[in-house]
Structures are given as C-alpha cells and as structure tokens.
Design a protein around this ligand. Sequence first.
Ligand code: UFG
Length: 320
Amino acid sequence: MRIFVTGGAGYIGSVVVERLLDKGHEVVVYDNLSKGHRESVDAPATLIVGDLADRESLQRAIDAQRTEAVIHLAASSIVGESITSPHAYFQNNIVNGLNLLEVMREAGVKRLVFSSTAAVYGVPASIPITEESTLAPTNPYGESKLAFERLLRWYDEAYQLRYVSLRYFNAAGATARHGEAHDPETHLIPNVLKVARGEAKEVMIFGEDYDTPDGTCIRDYIHVGDLADAHLLALGAMEKSSQIYNLGYGSGYSVAEVVEMSRQVTGRWIPTESAPRRAGDPPVLIASSDRIMRDLGWRPRMSELDQIIESAWKWTNKQA
Ligand code: UFG
C-alpha cells in the first residue's frame, strides 16, 4: 500500500515507518522536523519536510504520492507544556489536524490511523481502563486528542472516512535502529538511562505521596515495536467500520520500580532525588487492551519491563 505518515521522523513514527518498509509498503513521511530527525527516516521512505499548517504543501505531497492511507502521528505531545501553552496544542493538534482531514477529503483518501493517547481518560475511576471508561482529560494535550477523535467520528459519518484511533499508554524502548531522543527529554526511561550513563546527576522522582503501594506513579509501559505493529494491523482492518483501541500491556510499574529495574539492567547505581508532583499526572494508568487483541489479533512480543529497558539501553549506548 502507498502510505503517508505524518510525524514519521519522530520517535514512534520512525518505528512505524521501519515496520511498514519491512512489510513492503511504499512510504512517504511528512514531518516539519520540529521534534523529529531527518536521519530517523529509513530508506527507501521519502521524507517531505513540511508543516500540517501549510495546506498547499500537504496537498501536493498527498497527491504526488497517490496516497491510499494516512497514519497521522504529527502532534505536540508534552503534557506539562500543554498546560502552560494550550493554544499551541489546540492549533497544532486540532486546527492543523483538520487541514489534513480536508486535504484527504479532497484527494479522496478514506483511511486513517490516528495516534491518540491514554490522556483522553484523565484520572480514571477504575483500573484497568477500557475504551468505555469515562473520557475526562485533565490537560489540553489529552483534550486536543479527544477533540480530534470526535472530528473523526463526523468525518466518518458524512464522508465515509474510515479510521482507527490508537490510544497509546506509555511508549518506551527501542528497536535496533530507532529509539527515543527528545530535546529536552521529559520521559522517565530516557531520563533514568541518562543518569545511568553519567550524563545527568540524578533522576527526579515527581511525587512520592500518591495513593500507590510505594507512593510513586504507576504507568503501563509498552514497547514501541509492539505499538508500531498495531498500526499495521489497523491499516488492514478499517474497511468495514471505524474503531478505537487502547494499547498497553494491562500491567503497570511504578516510577521507583522502573528505576530499580534500570539499575539491574544497566548494572549502574542510579541516584534519585525527591521532587514535587508534576502537574496533570494521574496516579495510575493501566490499559485493558482486550479489544484490539480480540478484534485484530494484536499480540505483544516485548511485554517484560526488563526487555523494554534493555532495548532502550542498547540503543542509547549505540548513539554515543
Ligand atoms: N517521571 C519522573 N521523573 C522524570 C520523568 C517522569 O518521576 O524525570 C514520572 C512522571 O511524573 C510520571 C511517570 O514518570 O509519573 C511517567 O512519565 P513520562 O513523562 O515518561 O510519561 P507520561 O505518563 O507523563 O506521558 C506519556 C506520554 C503522553 C501520554 C501519556 C499516557 O508522554 O503523551 O504517557 O499515559 F499521554
């Protein structure tokens, strides 16, 4: 299939592209390189440097490629930043996203896989979180992703745009070729590994007074390769109807457990420092992914935390 990947030079996007190429798809990446890296786009995928805000450039790119399906990952995605700059999040994730939908409509492209997030649920009333759980985002990032999902529903109804929305929990780990390199880095595992490498002094633990067994936040870490595989399954599954799926492993680890496991994997002492809670962090986020397993036959291959950390550690050391 000829697939157009927005945000394909980013962390998750580069792994999605890797998997698409492995399966023989033709891939065009559309990315403004604000967060992504040119060298993260594997050959023979074509990289077009462009912004979703630039409708003409988007149109040219989608037409030239004779696009059959779009995987839409390009977005602003840092929870804390969204709280201080909501406008940027609504602009990029909703308004610019709407440009993409309009260009797809004009070009007659009717299939979309959307990169959504667990942040649409806010602080869940019960665990695990299913797709039927209450939608109550606690930050503009989650709000913007939920708004886009709602737009999609009406594009489906009116224009038969079929979509699969994938609500990612905590993407982590690396493949042999691609891993996580944000600047600044806000995510837990890369920050822990920076300390293990001696590139930072200590890991800040944001809150140790949550209502969890050890007081630190619990997250459902999902290997980026398993996450990417779900996009390929989604592409083949939306002919009949649109769908929304959670993507996690159904098990969670606390911040303290991630640090401890990282000490074991790296064999390094990793100093920590207590810090205040970070705004907008729910105490526990664990997915039920039963629906995607049942409907699409998605099966995780890297679900152990030590495997995830080890893959990230190997990749990080290769970059140095
Ligand atoms: N944390 C620390 N120290 C750090 C970094 C993070 O203690 O240096 C803590 C956070 O407070 C949180 C946990 O580690 O409790 C995980 O934080 P991340 O920043 O790695 O991930 P988030 O859970 O904040 O966010 C990620 C994605 C979001 C998505 C969310 C859904 O970045 O886009 O998962 O679960 F919405």
